[in-house]
Write a protein of this length. Structure first.
Lengths: 337, 228
């Protein structure tokens, strides 16, 4: 850190002098304590893993966390690069000033981010912090995980010989992201995003800013990712998917059931098409809803969004997105599938 | 938080790298993700080390005021320690028979190719459970041509005169796993969740799950990539 660049430099120095005599950083001791406690609890852990249900839960929990981490790291590094390298004020000038134009443009820009949904949350948060209109950043947040080439290719592989499914997914995801963005532009409460606005990037040389920002975002988003992964693993273990068979094929109920499944399973958007393909007892339309809802709303994403934008925001944004995604999927399915 | 945060990051990165080096990551995600996990692990370690060194040198983090102001959230990173502590000590096993009947099975009818017939020779033909299921569906298993095949999977429960053999397909990670299940007949069932290599021939008329008439069942250790 460069001395004195911070505006509260004097206060900083005092704190520093205050802390220096302490022999051990309390945080470091805390981490060590947790690791030692876990080591002592090892026999208990092993006993627990002997139970099939617990082992199933643990495997899915770890799998979701491990699978998401590379994408999360990519996301926080891009987000940190935006913080360090994009001058404040550039983003608002790049985007059209009218939300009616900016929102669809941002939704379409999602095509350029190859990855799944965990990466786009910190990026969208950073875009808002750097002055992009929230409605546009949110449209990007929703569309990027669903419309990028990697996900569309996976969808084509999962539904061989049925290119209309790929097209329907692209169209429905873009439409849903745009509609949610426009609704937010009209009646969203941007003050709910105040927490993101306040998060100003630290000062200093670009590389130091990049490292500090990436590290901060990683822990923040990573912690919430763990909450989401634990929730999804619990739902997958506790609720047998066979309960869904009761409503299979029954029109609107099937849409709701698969939307609920998408929220509960918290799949990577690169993989959800394969699961959708295996849900053959449901109509193609309901499976489209599964693939449109999943990358936009699921328990892991809600946790990540709550962590990045604030709880009040996530509580309003998730139901809005879910409703729009369901309606748009039904319309597109009725037209195309 | 920050020096501790740096240490947490270093631990996260170390665990990721260790999963890759030991190959254990194959239990959780598809094998192809190895290089990405390694890159992510190395990146996180570097970030953590930079933070740790700077924080210890300067006692107060660069973005300290952020934390003080927001209070909440700064501590949530500690949750990352949960899977880390668990993975450092005991790695959860591969998915087993518990989940086989809890979700949709792989649909072998979707996108199954038309197979060329196998050639009968002395050696059994090694194949995946998925291919076995697809061949069984394609013209009712005509392409097996009576040839002996060899499959590796885990035991998903005993049945009358045999057992169910299963293996998961995954697209991305274990959370999206869907099982392929077939019936092995003519052999005593090993213990549930044991990995076995079964040699035998396709037996028509199996109905929902295709049938394999076993000539030989050998227990094996779980393969490095337990999913197909």
């Amino acid at each position: 850190m460069v001395k004195g660049v911070n505006t509260q430099g004097a206060e900083l120095t005092e704190v520093r002098n205050d802390r220096r005599p302490r022999p051990v950083e309390p945080g470091l001791a805390g981490v060590a304590l947790v690791v030692v406690a876990a080591a002592l609890a090892r026999p208990l852990l092993e006993d627990l893993l002997d139970r099939p249900a617990v082992a199933h839960w643990a495997t899915i929990f770890v799998a979701i966390a491990v699978q998401a981490l590379p994408f999360l790291v990519l996301g926080v590094v891009i987000s940190a690069a935006v913080a360090a390298l994009v001058p404040a004020g550039l983003l608002p000038r790049l985007l059209p000033s009218s939300p009616a134009l900016a929102v669809p443009v941002a939704a379409a820009a999602g095509v350029a981010l190859p990855g799944c949904e965990c990466g786009s949350v910190p990026i969208a948060g950073r875009l808002v912090a750097r002055g992009a209109p929230p409605a546009a950043a949110l449209a990007f947040l929703l569309s990027a995980p669903a419309v990028n080439p990697v996900v569309l290719t996976a969808t084509a592989v999962a539904f061989p010989g049925r290119p209309q499914v790929v097209f329907a997914r692209l169209l429905a995801s873009l439409l849903a992201a745009t509609v949610v963005g426009l609704v937010w532009a009209r009646s969203g409460r941007d003050e709910l995003l105040a927490g993101v606005h306040r998060r100003r990037a630290p000062d200093g040389p670009p590389l130091a800013v990049l490292a500090a920002t990436a590290q901060h975002d990683l822990l923040q988003a990573g912690g919430f990712l763990i909450v989401g992964a634990a929730t999804a693993a619990t739902l997958q273990t506790a609720v047998p998917r066979s309960v869904l068979d009761a409503v299979a094929g029954a029109g609107p109920l099937a849409f709701l059931a698969l939307a609920a499944l998408a929220v509960a399973m918290a799949l990577c958007s690169e993989a959800d098409a394969f699961v959708a393909a295996s849900l053959t007892q449901f109509s193609l339309g309901a499976r489209l809803a599964f693939m449109v809802v999943g990358p936009m709303v699921d328990v892991k994403l809600i946790a990540l969004q709550a962590g990045t934008f604030g709880r009040g925001f996530a509580l309003r944004f998730a139901p809005l997105t879910l409703a729009v995604a369901l309606v748009v999927s039904a319309l597109v399915a009725w037209w195309l599938l | 938080m920050t020096p501790a945060g740096g240490l947490i990051s270093v631990l996260v990165g170390t665990v990721l790298l260790r999963l890759v080096v030991t190959g254990v990551y194959g239990r959780y995600v598809r094998i192809g993700m190895g290089p990405w996990l390694a890159v992510a692990g190395a990146t996180v370690i570097v970030l953590g080390l930079v933070t740790l060194v700077r924080a210890l040198r300067h006692a107060e983090p660069v973005d300290a005021h952020d934390h003080h102001r927001r209070g909440e959230g700064g501590r949530v990173g500690w949750l990352l320690l949960a899977p880390i502590a668990a993975l450092l000590l005991v790695a959860p096993p591969t998915l087993g028979s518990f989940g086989v009947d809890r979700g949709a099975k792989v649909d072998v009818r979707a996108g199954a190719p038309v197979f060329t017939p196998l050639v009968q020779s002395g050696e059994p033909v090694r194949m995946t459970l998925l291919e076995f299921g697809q061949r069984a569906f394609d013209h009712d298993g005509a392409s097996f041509n009576g040839a002996a095949v060899q499959l590796t999977g885990f035991v998903a429960g005993a049945e009358d005169g045999g057992f169910r053999l299963a293996r998961y397909e995954i697209a991305c990670c274990a959370a999206d796993a869907a099982p392929v299940v077939l019936r092995v007949v003519g052999a005593r069932s090993p213990a549930r969740d044991r990995w076995v290599t079964v040699t035998g021939t396709f037996q028509p008329g199996g109905g929902e799950a295709p049938e394999l008439a076993a000539s030989n069942v050998v227990e094996t250790p779980a393969p490095r990539d337990p999913y197909e």
